[in-house]
Design a protein around this ligand. Structure first.
Ligand code: MRU
Length: 340
């Protein structure tokens, strides 16, 4: 799909033609560059873009960075320079996302034991990123390292990002996988078939609360019940230190027809109301670790997140607090050993 102005892009974002936190950041920045190149009102375009989806903080992050670059370049009133600067910033954000994806894969791989059966939710691969994605980048790295026995793909009701997109990405990469109804995750874990849950995030609050596709929080509760590590993979652009806790994260609610119809066909009486939050929030106490491009936050709390965010934390695997990563991998390994 080609968008030639910002309203078209905003519409595409609203309809999830472009979606997933990191790619929304990239798309938002390109949207600002597009507005600047067209000679449109950049601030108005930025407000429209930022409002297109409220939960994924990467969108505002990308938009604001491109606006700041344009502002700086246009100080002398040179609008062509502003457009050029916004475009350069959008390209830089895409390149940073690609690099973050590679680094997260490397850090996350340390948490995956040999023979792992990983459960994931929603879609987090190259369809949401300029690189290999977030959670899926770790999964792909585990597959390439010969450590992945199976990928369990939640279908991800109601819009089926798992069944439609993650299954496609897994098949493309040759990953052994199977799709399950979200409601089957409990019995799958009870049967000892899951060693690790790995998901992405749309916004991580300063206290480590994680907003991600609706259905993530129930998975975290199940994982805790069954002693399975619950790992979140997200670039630092997804961490919002201005949002103090989970309760302060704005959760997007979407139209009822996404729930009460299927493939365009109504499945309930006409006009049936629905509860349709696009995301839910998992409290930090249920998150075993957060993998970022700068290292792994474990245990997840405001202090550890702040240290990593400030750049003073684990910048490489060798500098991580001793024992933390093996400990998680061992928990995952123990879960699989018990079953086998
Ligand atoms: O509504 P979506 O499809 O944009 O939701 C996407 C997710 O919830 C992803 O898990 C998230 O953005 C994290 S990684 C890309």
């Amino acid at each position: 799909m080609t968008c030639t102005d910002v309203p078209q892009l905003v519409d595409a974002i609203g309809r999830l033609v472009v979606r997933g936190a990191p790619l929304l950041g990239v798309a938002g920045a390109y949207g600002v560059a597009l507005a600047a190149a067209r000679g449109d009102d950049v601030r108005q375009a930025a407000a429209l873009l930022e409002g297109a989806r409220p939960t994924a903080v990467n969108l505002a992050f990308g938009v604001r960075r491109a606006v700041a670059a344009a502002d700086q370049a246009s100080a002398s009133g040179d609008t062509a320079a502003a457009a050029k600067a916004a475009l350069a910033e959008a390209r830089a954000i895409a390149a940073e996302d690609r690099a973050a994806s590679t680094a997260m894969a490397e850090h996350g791989l340390a948490l995956v034991p040999p023979g792992a059966r990983i459960l994931t939710h929603c879609n987090t691969g190259s369809l949401v990123s300029a690189g290999h994605g977030t959670a899926f980048a770790v999964i792909l790295a585990a597959h390439r390292a010969g450590r992945l026995a199976r990928l369990w793909v939640d279908e991800t009701r109601p819009l089926l990002q798992g069944a439609r997109l993650t299954a496609y990405e897994a098949a493309l990469a040759g990953i052994p996988h199977a799709v399950l109804a979200d409601s089957a995750a409990g019995s799958l874990m009870a049967a000892g078939q899951v060693d690790l849950v790995v998901i992405g995030a749309d916004r991580i609050a300063a206290d480590g609360s994680v907003a991600n596709k609706v259905g993530s929080y129930p998975l975290a509760v199940l994982a805790r019940q069954h002693g399975v590590p619950f790992v979140v993979v997200a670039p630092l652009s997804t961490v919002d230190f201005d949002t103090p806790d989970g309760a302060a994260i704005p959760v997007e609610h979407r139209p009822a027809d996404e729930v009460v119809s299927f493939a365009g066909q109504p499945v309930g009486p006409a006009g049936t109301p629905a509860y349709n939050p696009a995301f839910d929030v998992t409290p930090p106490a249920l998150v075993t670790a957060i993998v970022t491009e700068r290292g792994v936050v474990h245990p997840v709390n405001a202090g550890n997140l702040r240290v990593l965010g400030s750049g003073a934390g684990c910048t490489a695997q060798g500098e991580r607090p001793p024992g933390t990563l093996p400990e998680i991998a061992e928990t995952a390994q123990a879960a699989s050993d018990v079953e086998r």
